[in-house]
Design a protein around this ligand. Structure first.
Ligand SMILES: NC(=O)c1ccc[n+]([C@@H]2O[C@H](COP(=O)([O-])OP(=O)(O)OC[C@H]3O[C@@H](n4cnc5c(N)ncnc54)[C@H](OP(=O)(O)O)[C@@H]3O)[C@@H](O)[C@H]2O)c1
Length: 288
């Protein structure tokens, strides 16, 4: 078995950002040896690499000094940087037998072709989870969408399992749709929450109060959705077919820039996918 294919290969993380930090910490916690954290060479980037290397007992390096002597090289750089970072690091080690992952949900493993041509086995391994500064989420039960060389996918399955996650295949030609879905699950959900804060201000609530007051109903909605599904979790004026109330909402939302468009788009989605009373009248109310 090649060292990279060992049950727990040693790891180098390229890009000590949001995902890179969480992965390095979680891999370390799961018993992997993190050998190297590779950053760009600016002062700020090196500081981040040093900090993460300290936490994971790894070596901090830059693209110019990286040894890349680990079995698994995991690129955690922004999507637009993956192929150029791979090109930059290509001459720094022998790639034959190494395992190389990137974590873009939108781009295919071909971004790593420069390393594949040098003998690495490659895969795109995308955790369907949100990683932000200041929070390291548990990876227990987290699905990871994967696509790539068969042997890299096999190795990824073992690694993801040891992190508590589970792998599922995402066909190359469906990655854009997969990632659009992923974008709805967290970033656009946050966009909706921030729109809610704006609407709450029109009701006289501060941002802080609106956040505090809306969390119980938002949490309960998610719990209902998980237990009862979308139809069981759907309440309010649209399911009741209360078109007069919807018209009142639309009038007042004109005062909150952008919120009316969001409301109309979501209300139309409700009419399309959920059971509602008085559908015709609601459709009329939601016309531009
Ligand atoms: N965050 C998430 O929720 C999430 C979830 C799933 C998948 N992903 C995927 O994870 C990848 C990284 O996303 P992120 O959110 O973690 O981005 P991020 O927080 O911006 O981190 C990217 C890191 O890569 C570094 N970097 C950029 N170019 C580099 C290079 N050539 N060599 C070495 N380091 C380099 C950046 O350093 P400097 O800019 O400081 O130099 C930064 O530390 C993306 O492919 C993304 O699609 C992210």
């Amino acid at each position: 078995m090649l060292p990279a294919m060992a049950a727990k290969p040693t790891v180098a993380i390229v890009g000590p950002g949001r995902l890179g930090t969480a992965l390095a910490v979680e891999l370390k916690r799961a018993g992997y040896r993190v050998r190297e954290i590779v950053s760009r060479s600016s002062g700020a980037s090196r500081r981040k690499a040093r900090e993460l290397a300290g936490v994971t007992r790894a070596r901090a390096a830059t693209s110019e000094t990286a040894r890349l002597d680990a079995g698994l090289i995991w690129f955690c750089v922004p999507d637009r940087e993956i192929s150029s970072a791979a090109r930059e690091l290509a001459p720094r080690t022998a790639w034959k037998g190494k395992l190389v992952f990137h974590s873009s949900g939108a781009l295919a493993s071909e971004e790593l072709n420069v390393l594949r041509r040098r003998g690495a086995t490659v895969a795109a391994v995308h955790p369907l989870m949100t990683f932000v500064r200041g929070a390291i989420p548990s990876l227990e039960g987290v699905p990871f969408g994967v696509e790539g060389d068969a042997s890299a996918v096999r190795a990824a399955r073992g690694i993801v399992r040891s992190l508590g996650g589970q792998l599922f295949a995402v066909p190359k030609n469906r990655k854009a749709a997969y990632h659009a879905w992923g974008t709805f699950t967290s970033p656009l959900l946050v966009a909706m929450l921030v729109t809610m804060e704006q609407v709450a201000r029109a009701a006289g609530l501060s941002k802080a109060a609106s956040r505090q007051y809306m969390l119980p109903i938002v949490r309960q909605t998610l719990a209902n959705y998980a237990r009862l599904g979308p139809v069981g979790a759907f309440s309010g004026p649209i399911v009741r077919g209360d078109a007069a109330i919807v018209r009142k909402h639309l009038r007042v939302l004109q005062k909150v820039p952008g919120s009316r468009e969001v409301y109309v788009a979501l209300a139309r989605a409700a009419l399309r996918h959920l059971p509602v009373r008085n559908r015709r009248e609601l459709e009329r109310a939601l016309r531009p």
